[in-house]
Design a protein around this ligand. Structure first.
Ligand code: ATP
Length: 238
């Protein structure tokens, strides 16, 4: 199992509504890859397909050679796939540390709880200071960091991040992207969905541009930043 994520010809939607039309995407181990595009392009739907919350109507998807289309969603964490959803879904009435415990619910993760928690606290010293605080009383940026920390507790091989910068003040957005950069520098594979195209292209190796459920462009970050059409549509350029 080499941990490559590979999607081919993925069609998916909600009932009669089709949101994705033949998506192909590949993420190699150790890569950080972005999915960008306007509202409603299908970015969140794509992550839901990868994490088994929505089944594709056609196409195939594999992670490390394992067929994800037939793997029950609850088994995905054991394959090493961790999804941080857009609204973070922390348990607001549990403390930071209790939320981390929830992330380490499998028997093997429970056995490594202290070691992984300490690693999360090394990555986010602020979480250590706040470990006894109720998650729901923290700022949006702190909650995002806690949600990412919780996902790291199952020692994933790939981290799926849905709009980690959504609703955050610019300075906090910067901190969240710095964190993503540190996570990928540690060698973790990251697939990140973002509307903040300028910021995400600074931390990923490659990106896919999704428009109305189709891949409209893809390339290395530097190529996309230099592309006049991308600059015009997404980077406020000319
Ligand atoms: P945003 O950045 O606004 O979150 P997105 O690119 O993530 O947008 P999706 O949330 O994947 O886009 O939505 C793609 C399309 O699917 C949209 O037209 C949306 O209205 C539709 N859609 C999303 N979730 C559902 C749902 N649960 N039921 C029905 N349609 C949905």
């Amino acid at each position: 199992m080499n941990g490559t994520l590979e999607l081919n010809g993925i069609h998916a939607g909600y009932g009669d509504f089709q949101a994705l039309f033949g998506i192909g995407l590949r993420v190699e181990p150790g890569e950080a890859v972005g999915v960008v595009g306007p509202n409603g392009a299908g970015k969140t739907t794509l992550l839901r397909v990868i994490s088994g919350l929505i089944r594709p109507t056609s196409g195939n998807l594999h992670f490390g050679g394992q067929d994800l289309a037939t793997t029950p969603a609850h088994l995905l964490p054991s394959l090493g796939i961790a999804h941080v959803p857009e609204n973070r879904r922390l348990f607001p009435h549990l403390t930071v540390e209790e939320n981390l415990k929830v992330g380490a619910y499998s028997p093997s993760a429970r056995a490594h709880f202290a070691e992984r928690r300490d690693r999360v606290y090394d990555l986010f010293p602020k979480m250590k200071q706040r470990r006894h605080q109720l998650a729901g009383t923290m700022s949006g940026g702190e909650q995002q960091m806690c949600a990412i920390g919780r996902a790291l507790m199952c020692a994933p091989r790939i981290l799926l991040l849905d709009e980690p910068s959504a609703g955050l003040a610019p300075i906090v957005v910067q901190q969240v992207f710095d964190l993503v950069r540190r996570i990928r520098e540690e060698g973790l594979t990251v697939l990140i969905v973002e509307q903040n195209v300028a910021q995400v292209l600074r931390v990923v190796d490659r990106a896919y541009v999704l428009e109305t459920g189709r891949v409209a462009a893809e390339g290395r970050s530097a190529e996309l930043v230099a592309d006049p059409a991308i600059r015009r549509s997404y980077l406020g350029g000319h």
